[in-house]
Design a protein around this ligand. Structure first.
Ligand code: SF4
Ligand code: SF4
Length: 170
């Protein structure tokens, strides 16, 4: 009873704090976490956001021709961890939350990049745009290394080089 009277007193002091949404505008503050938007110009398809995304709302698919970054809004929990992780600052935050759609395809977003194939084994492994970005950032360092070689072949090449260097055989 005492508790109820306290609540009654508080509500009489504060007044109405709820809104008759959707008949009135919603109570969305500037801090409210809503939909993310990926800038197709800034994004290089590095996949850092995919690795950090807790519910796997972001996924990446690499095939012979293309690397496809997919964002499934239906699975997004709007934690914005991807925003903090993106090295390109390519993910914009919004406070959009009215996201109902009639077609499932309308809650899917896709960015498509051309894929690089490994110059040793021919396997598709990363977006061209990412290689270009790495070259731009650390060009001198990577100039003579195996940037167009996939991680597996790079490992094998490095092991062979070390054997040659230290044991005189490859
Ligand atoms: S982390 Fe940023 S640059 Fe990398 S794939 Fe995600 S949105 Fe694109
Ligand atoms: S906001 Fe969170 S859940 Fe949504 S795509 Fe980014 S990391 Fe994944």
């Amino acid at each position: 009873m005492v508790k109820f009277l306290k609540v009654l007193k508080a509500s009489a002091t504060v007044g109405t704090v709820t809104r008759r949404y959707p008949f009135e505008s919603s109570l969305v503050t500037s801090e409210f976490r809503g939909l993310i938007e990926i800038d197709p110009v800034k994004c290089v398809g590095c996949g850092a956001c995919v690795r950090i995304c807790p519910p796997k709302a972001l996924t990446i698919e690499v095939n012979e021709k293309e690397t496809i970054l997919k964002y499934f809004i239906g699975r997004c929990i709007f934690c914005w961890m991807c925003v903090q992780t993106c090295p390109q600052k390519a993910i914009k935050t919004t406070n959009k939350f009215e996201l109902s759609v009639f077609n499932l395809k309308d809650v899917m977003r896709e960015l498509v990049f051309r894929t690089v194939t490994c110059k040793v084994c021919g396997r598709a492994f990363t977006p061209v745009k990412l290689v270009v970005e790495i070259n731009k950032r650390v060009g001198d360092l990577y100039m003579h290394t195996d940037i167009y070689v996939c991680p597996d072949c790079r490992q094998a090449l490095t092991a062979r080089r070390l054997l040659t260097k230290y044991l005189g055989r490859g």
